[in-house]
Design a protein around this ligand. Structure first.
Ligand code: COA
Length: 183
């Protein structure tokens, strides 16, 4: 596949079942324990309303979050990420102050058969573009210190480590690193 074979677009609220399916597949990936803050069992136990709310809250039309997917010609989804808008003067989920309007990229996942072909850069670029359109001054994400493949992908999209680190919740002897892209 080349990047021309994918259509990168925002999810639609009605697509909540596909959102759930892709997320549950991501949480069964061998990289999931380092990549995601949620376990498969936890996500699988959530009811339909949770997924409907998620698809509405990050679907096209939402100003505060955007989930992008890479769609194949047959309608299946090869990968996804979500950009959350964070506002200056608020606190992030770790209790740290947010100092400027920024995008926060989460839930980054590309199905194994679509890795290494440039799709992730297309997805990240689209997420960053949306954040700039929403007035973000920077875009950030957190990546586990040992998730070197993801770090490589983010560097290729222009992100660099900010120096900020957050203890990894599954093992506080390890850290997640903040990577940033300034406007
Ligand atoms: C993270 C992810 C989206 C990246 O997409 P990808 O298509 O695999 O990324 P790419 O192959 O384009 O880029 C990775 C880069 O890191 C390099 N890399 C791969 N494995 C590596 C390793 N173990 N150590 C160092 N560099 C590595 C690759 O060589 C590549 O660089 P190159 O193209 O210059 O060779 C995808 O691997 C994925 O979904 N992983 C599982 C979920 C995950 O980890 N999500 C991120 C959470 S923060």
């Amino acid at each position: 596949m080349t990047s021309q074979d994918y259509v990168v677009r925002a999810i639609r609220p009605a697509e909540w079942e596909k959102v759930r399916s892709l997320r549950l597949d991501a949480l069964r990936d061998p990289a999931a324990p380092l990549a995601f803050l949620e376990g498969y069992e936890e996500a699988a136990a959530k009811d339909d309303l949770f997924w409907q709310d998620r698809a509405t809250g990050s679907g096209e039309g939402s100003a505060t979050a955007r989930q992008l997917v890479a769609e194949l010609p047959d309608g299946s989804w090869a990968g996804s990420l979500t950009v959350l808008m964070e506002e200056a003067g608020t606190e992030d989920w770790a209790g740290l102050p947010v100092e400027c309007r920024q995008g926060h990229v989460v839930g980054v996942y590309v199905r194994p058969e679509h890795r290494g072909n440039g799709l992730i850069k297309t997805l990240v670029d689209a997420g960053v573009t949306w954040a700039w359109e929403r007035g973000a001054e920077r875009v950030r994400l957190l990546v586990h210190q040992d998730n070197e493949r993801a770090q490589g992908a983010y560097r290729k999209a222009g992100f660099v480590p900010s120096g900020a680190r957050v203890p990894f919740f599954r093992d506080t002897t390890q850290d997640e690193l903040e990577f940033v892209l300034d406007r």
